[in-house]
Design a protein around this ligand. Structure first.
Ligand code: ADP
Length: 259
């Protein structure tokens, strides 16, 4: 009957509405969960160096005649932990700065080739230390509207990773390219590569493939999260391709923007 049709129609609408509300609720819940997870991760990461410092200091304090050599060794370890703590805090502050809306960008028209030259010049000594050949190739003149300070950080992170996760005597090839809409920056390395089951996680905050090795090389696991934030603020994309044992290639695509 008509009456029945009405009720079933209403029922259907209500069901749809309930589904919408549930979706919104689930999204909010998910956000809340990831926020809680983030806070818990931050606390854990900040606590680790403090725990080490406490253990080191206490073992010095509880011994009566500490040999000068041992004292020195422990103090060096403590300083290392302090540096580590400072590095995490500094990366966290940067992450927060890049976690805002696109209005936070300070864009200007930039000659991309000059821009890249400067980044490579700054990082070359770091590559030289490990005898890594850092080469750069660009195609044509490219002007783009970017936030120079933030974009420098985004690209430097990629090249620094290319150095950190490389083999001594390896190579890094950086290239700059464009079409009528976008510019593309590629950073390819001959490093250790990223295992297939890890590759989907590398842009997550605090994620490190090899925590132990990353700790030695001084990684916080925030670098790629910062880079991704900056690329997204520029309405761009970042992709990664990797072959374990052979190397990794990151490709950044960013709209040229209004000149
Ligand atoms: P980290 O501070 O540890 O370098 P990142 O966010 O920059 O953190 O990178 C996350 C993880 O992704 C690293 O710990 C490393 O395991 C992996 N990774 C990033 N870049 C590369 C690369 N070029 N080659 C191999 N592994 C990489």
């Amino acid at each position: 009957s008509l009456e029945q049709m009405d009720t079933s129609g209403m029922f259907g609408e209500m069901k749809a509405l309930t589904k919408d509300i549930n979706n919104i609720f689930n999204k909010a819940q998910l956000l809340e969960e990831s926020r809680q997870e983030f806070v818990s991760n931050v606390s854990h990461e900040l606590k680790t160096p403090i725990t080490s410092m406490k253990v080191l200091s206490e073992s010095l304090l509880t011994q009566s005649d500490v040999p000068a050599e041992m004292y020195r060794e422990f103090m060096e370890d403590i300083v290392q932990e302090i540096d580590r703590e400072a590095e995490i805090i500094s990366d966290l502050l940067t992450l927060v700065k890049t976690d805002k809306g696109p209005d936070s960008l300070n864009k200007e028209s930039v000659d991309m080739d000059e821009f890249m030259d400067l980044i490579l010049k700054r990082l070359r000594p770091l590559a030289d230390k490990r005898s890594i050949q850092l080469s750069y190739e660009s195609f044509g003149e490219i002007h783009a509207s970017i936030d120079k300070v933030k974009f420098t950080l985004a690209i430097s992170n990629l090249i620094e990773n290319g150095i950190k996760y490389n083999v001594d005597g390896g190579w890094i090839k950086v290239s700059l390219n464009s079409d009528h809409k976008n510019f593309y920056i590629k950073v390819a390395d001959s490093g250790v590569g990223i295992p297939e089951d890890c590759i989907n996680h590398i842009f997550e905050r605090f994620y490190r493939v090899d925590k132990a090795r990353s700790r030695d090389t001084g990684g916080t696991g925030l670098g790629l999260a910062i880079t991704k934030n900056i690329i997204i603020l520029h309405k761009g994309t970042i992709n990664v391709y990797s072959e374990p044992g052979k190397g990794t290639t990151f490709t950044v695509r960013v709209p040229l923007g209004e000149q």
